[in-house]
Write a protein that binds this ligand. Sequence first.
Ligand code: 5GP
Ligand code: ZN
Length: 115
Amino acid sequence: MTDCIFCKIAAGEIPAQKVYEDEQVVAFKDLSPKAPVHVLIVPKKHVQSVAHFQAEDKELAAHIFVDVVPKLAADLGVAEGGFRIVLNTGDDGGQTVHHLHVHLLGGRKMTWPPG
Ligand code: 5GP
Ligand code: ZN
């Protein structure tokens, strides 16, 4: 999508510190990390948020959560100690970039409830 920053990162038009890439997704370090490990997993296809997933996206959603999240958590060294997955969705959910992204945060003890 034009003027979408994560579409541009996915297309390589804007630089990012990529930690993983395959045909369907790219993962890169968050510009403003909130934990020692903070990466964003982003589908290359522009999907606005999880609220905008369509039936055709089932394979993509499964790929993200079944294949990519566990692999990245292991590669980044947080699988054993634990980590947090966050999907801010819409304005009340705190979503600021309107291209679906999964935050993977770890490397410190997380608190609850979220702000
Ligand atoms: P949201 O608030 O939408 O859930 O999260 C957006 C995240 O994207 C924020 O944590 C923010 O730091 C990150 N972010 C925004 N712009 C960029 C960018 O250009 N590059 C990278 N690497 N991260 C970004
Ligand atoms: Zn986009």
